[in-house]
Design a protein around this ligand. Sequence first.
Ligand SMILES: NC(=O)c1ccc[n+]([C@@H]2O[C@H](COP(=O)([O-])OP(=O)(O)OC[C@H]3O[C@@H](n4cnc5c(N)ncnc54)[C@H](OP(=O)(O)O)[C@@H]3O)[C@@H](O)[C@H]2O)c1
Length: 294
Amino acid sequence: MQSKRILVTGANGQLGSEMRRLGMASPNEYIFTDVAELDITDGAAVKSFAAENNIDVIVNCAAYTAVDKAEDDEAMAELINATAVRNLAEAAKEVDATLFHVSTDYVFGAEGNTPRTEDMPTNPLGVYGRTKLHGEQAIAEVGAKAIIIRTAWLYSEYGNNFLKTMLRLTKERETLSVVFDQVGTPTYAGDLAMTIFSIIEGDYYKGNEGIYHFSNEGVCSWYDFAREIATAMGHSCNINPCHSSEFSSKVTRPPYSVLDKTKIKRTFGVDIPHWRESMIYCLKRIVMQQRAEQ
Ligand SMILES: NC(=O)c1ccc[n+]([C@@H]2O[C@H](COP(=O)([O-])OP(=O)(O)OC[C@H]3O[C@@H](n4cnc5c(N)ncnc54)[C@H](OP(=O)(O)O)[C@@H]3O)[C@@H](O)[C@H]2O)c1
């Protein structure tokens, strides 16, 4: 198999950092960039980078992910989540590369209570979801070869996320209220990165372009997730279930966010861990990291 050159954008984020860990151990050449090295909103820069570096695969881990902030910052969210994705798709098409792009469960709306398949109608409830959907549509309009993976409830040892917030709050506080009326599946960024990495390394993306769903296995509410984090860490915080309406937010979040992963499992033979197993794995890595820093 010929060696490939893979451009990873947004490589300092949660998913990008996990891709970094994996890519460094590959016989293929991974080139990691974040906004300082390659601003994906700069179309000319993206195109010349892809051409000059003979890129075969682009993995876009860059995004505007601040869901609440996006409501007041639509132009920037659209620029990063849609216009920049068009830039990447055009660059990929020019050099005949395949684009791996990551999208979100937020492209779906409030209706329905069965696991979401890739062909179900989209109906984003806010700016973030709408701009992410525009990113998906831009790829289709350009006609680039692409694997779009929608994921949900992403966490990792890197950056800020629900798992790290709960790790801290359940240690600091005696009681905590967490919503039980939003249901989905936590996704460990390391598992998503491993899936993308395996598909690239095995050349399985060729001829399998399309939209796929990926999260860990199982289903829970944010309340259940918080309780499991506290239990695993031995934190005695009393966690109470509450309604989303008890928190003021500019965005309505999809109440049912469970993704159906049948297509990605059948197409690529992916073996996906249950969310509890991956949560424990990630917590262990965080604890080990904290000990190493002390
Ligand atoms: N987080 C979730 O819960 C979640 C859920 C569903 C889907 N997703 C999707 O999963 C993907 C990965 O999410 P994540 O949580 O890993 O994101 P993240 O941690 O927010 O990382 C995104 C990275 O992109 C960088 N970036 C922003 N603008 C850029 C630009 N113009 N050019 C190059 N890089 C830029 C960011 O830099 P700065 O930090 O400096 O801005 C950051 O390093 C995204 O597509 C996201 O929409 C995430």
